[in-house]
Design a protein around this ligand. Structure first.
Ligand SMILES: *Cc1c(COP(=O)(O)O)cnc(C)c1O
Length: 433
């Protein structure tokens, strides 16, 4: 499979090149030249396949030719070595729990897959690969854990100071070894901007082999298709495909779902659940795509004012607004509504959502209210304990910390504070690598 740059000014590459580069030289995102078609009998009989087999089947066409099938099978198996249960919450709403991985959020899947692919591809290189990543919260932890101790790979994480939860911060700043955290005095958008500037700085990239681990990297983006298929495997109403609601920030996750659907996965409709950062919600209403400055919310992993993966969504639909609207709806949920949803879902159904999942639950409920007879699922993208600062006051109860988190909370934070100026990042990287 070849991948082309969405800016159309760079040569096509294979999966290995796309994984190592992250972004194309013309700053475009890579996109597969063809969408693989998986035959309907596969999805009709999905219960008879193991999760490994399902994941391998989905990813193999993209990766084929860049590593032996046996390596890919190993990487797939290591990526998904935790459960992804589909849990009923109320009669017509299910929760797809994506938080059973090591950092308790869905980004573990993409990060584990990508780190192992990059580790495999880096084996033949002499110089170190430096993974540079901006995080609004969960990416950093997942990437840090995914790459921890991978030989030949150094990880530098930029996160907005004071704008990630205390658990998230610990996940970013306590590993040590090849994992380094930069605490940026600015927003997530500032962090993303700094990373983008580094990638286009020739004086830097000529000396240091830089790559990204954000959701723009195909090796993080593509494996996110897996759990949409695992959800279908568990779906009890095969005659009535689900409405799938995805709490969205950078739109990598939902774009992977849309891609799986294009390959044949049965889905009735997609919903992008957004917080106050509603650029896509607005776009679907009036056709005007107007990036904004991100505003901080309780669901901070979705505080994105200009979602980088949305260009991929548009490409999937050949820029046809009407075709996109047939498949995708969006709702914007306020912080007040988020809190009220966490509280009411907990009281009514004894199910505790995190702030992102709560945004997803309410967006799905709104859609179902307008489409009676449908059933759906929301993606519960993080464990509520990651946001105990938000959740506990809302339900008036303590959320017990899982053992792994308890052990982490007592470790010392190690980070370097830098201003939101490119020069600060540049001199940090030059001095170290
Ligand atoms: C990253 C993240 C999201 C948003 O996912 P995108 O792929 O950026 O749209 C939602 N919820 C949580 C908990 C996240 O960490």
């Amino acid at each position: 499979m070849r991948f082309y740059s969405l800016n159309k000014q760079s040569p096509d590459v294979d999966f290995k090149e796309a994984t190592i580069r992250g972004q194309a030289p013309d700053k475009g995102l890579y996109f597969p030249e063809a969408i693989p078609v998986i035959e309907p009998s596969f999805f009709n009989n999905i219960e008879q396949y193991s999760n490994e087999e399902i994941a391998f089947r989905i990813i193999e066409p993209y990766v084929a030719g860049t590593m032996p099938g046996s390596e890919l099978r190993r990487i797939v198996a290591e990526t998904i070595n935790f459960p992804v249960p589909l849990v009923p919450v109320q009669e017509d709403i299910y929760s797809l729990e994506l938080f059973h991985g090591p950092t308790l959020a869905f980004k573990d899947v993409g990060a584990r897959f990508m780190s192992r692919c990059l580790g495999y591809f880096a084996r033949e290189r002499k110089d170190k690969v430096v993974v540079l990543v901006a995080t609004s919260g969960d990416t950093g932890g997942a990437v840090a854990h995914g790459f921890y101790d991978v030989p030949g790979v150094e990880v530098v994480i930029l996160y907005p100071s004071g704008k990630v939860s205390s658990v998230q911060e610990k996940q970013l700043t306590t590993l040590g070894k090849n994992i380094h955290a930069l605490e940026v005095q600015g927003s997530f958008d500032d962090c993303q901007q700094l990373v983008k500037e580094a990638f286009t700085d020739q004086s830097l990239t000529s000396k240091i082999f830089l790559t990204s681990a954000n959701s723009i990297n195909v090796a993080r983006w593509l494996p996110q298709q897996f759990y949409y298929a695992f959800a279908w495997k568990q779906w009890q109403h095969k005659d009535k495909p689900p409405v799938v609601c995805v709490p969205s920030g950078n739109f990598g996750n939902i774009c992977a779902g849309l891609l799986a659907h294009r390959s044949g996965l049965p889905v009735k409709h997609f919903i992008a659940a957004c917080n106050a950062n509603d650029v896509v919600t607005q776009y679907l209403e009036d056709g005007q795509y107007q990036p904004k400055k991100a505003v901080p919310t309780l669901s901070n992993a979705m505080d994105v004012g200009n979602p980088s993966n949305f260009v991929r969504v548009l490409e999937l639909f050949h820029q046809e607004f009407g075709a996109l609207k047939n498949v995708l709806s969006s709702y914007s949920i306020t912080d007040e509504e988020t809190k009220a949803t966490i509280r009411s879902v907990y009281q009514k159904y004894h199910y505790l959502t995190d702030p992102h999942g709560a945004v997803g639950f309410l967006a799905l409920q709104r859609y179902l209210a307008q489409h009676p007879g449908e059933k759906g699922m929301f993606l519960e993208t993080a464990h509520p304990v990651k946001f105990y600062d938000v959740v506990e006051p809302v339900i008036g109860e303590a959320v017990p910390l899982p053992q792994v988190v308890q052990a982490m909370m007592v470790l010392n934070k190690e980070s370097k504070v830098i201003p939101a100026q490119y020069e600060a990042l540049r001199s940090y990287l030059h001095s170290r690598y």
